[in-house]
Design a protein around this ligand. Structure first.
Ligand SMILES: [Zn+2]
Length: 170
């Protein structure tokens, strides 16, 4: 999710964790048929399927901890913020004005803990997407954005992953 859009809209990017209490919240966003199938899947399988994407997010953990950032766990997701993570989100994304948060599997990086809390509903949709797409989440997201950009369309707001996430938190 971008930090701010051209129209002054507050935006966020994303990708997402483990206690049993967080599991029903994640599953409840799916249609009933999918929910029942997901509930039957052992969570460890879902985490393993998502791990290639999560491993990218885990790179930000030492980066944050070595630069006065922080890491905490919320509803089965590691949330990382501050320090080098803040610099990355402000200056190293393709979003004008930077991003306020980004989901990488079961890791969500954010500018600070308050931003992580504010963007949680949106980012948790991306967590579910990452669980659905597994190792193909990041390539699929980027290909969708590239396809849109080449067609002269908005690579962020028209990306189907973002459309779903914004549909759920508005
Ligand atoms: Zn998003």
């Amino acid at each position: 999710m971008p930090a701010s859009g051209e129209l002054g809209r507050v935006v966020r990017l994303s990708i997402a964790g483990l206690p049993a209490s967080g599991y029903p919240d994640v599953v409840s966003a799916y249609p009933p048929v999918v929910q029942s199938r997901l509930m039957k899947l052992p969570r460890v399988i879902v985490y393993l399927w998502t791990f290639p994407t999560t491993s990218v997010g885990l790179l930000f953990v030492p980066a944050a901890l070595l630069t006065r950032g922080g890491v905490c766990q919320h509803s089965g997701v590691l949330e990382v913020s501050g320090g080098a993570v803040t610099l990355f989100l402000r200056h190293c994304t393709l979003l004008p004005g930077g991003a306020s948060a980004m989901t990488l599997g079961h890791v969500v990086i954010g500018l600070d803990p308050q931003t992580l809390a504010r963007t949680r509903p949106h980012e948790r949709v991306h967590v579910k997407q990452a669980e659905r797409w597994g190792p193909f989440f990041i390539p699929a997201y980027l290909l969708a954005s590239l396809f849109l950009k080449l067609r002269g369309r908005d690579a962020y707001f028209e990306n189907p992953f973002e459309k779903e996430a914004y549909g759920k938190d508005t």
